[in-house]
Ligand binder design. Structure first.
Ligand code: FES
Length: 91
């Protein structure tokens, strides 16, 4: 599958991705500027991503831990998630 990233400068970058990977894993593998300071253990919000609504709608609800960290994210939106908690599926 392919992930389309809209970068901070507004440009678009497409990267390959595999089922089971998190968005944070894919970002790091392909040099997307997404920090992930805690290494994916839901203890920061530096992996904050903003998703397109159809993608957001297809995901399971965030856990309470993810919601707590999202509350600390800069620029929080209704389609914000933590990249380390979004795992790719066939869907
Ligand atoms: Fe820290 Fe995702 S990398 S919460």
């Amino acid at each position: 599958m392919t992930i389309r990233w809209k970068l901070k400068d507004g440009s678009i970058k497409e990267t390959p991705a595999t089922v089971g990977a998190s968005l944070l894993n894919v970002a790091h593998r392909h040099e997307i500027d997404l920090e992930g300071a805690c290494g994916g253990v839901t203890a920061c919000s530096t992996c904050h991503v903003i998703l397109e609504s159809p993608v957001m709608d297809a995901l399971p609800e965030p856990t309470e831990e993810e919601d707590d960290m999202l509350d600390l994210a800069f620029g929080l939106t209704p389609t914000s998630r933590l990249g380390c908690q979004v795992f790719l599926t066939e869907q």
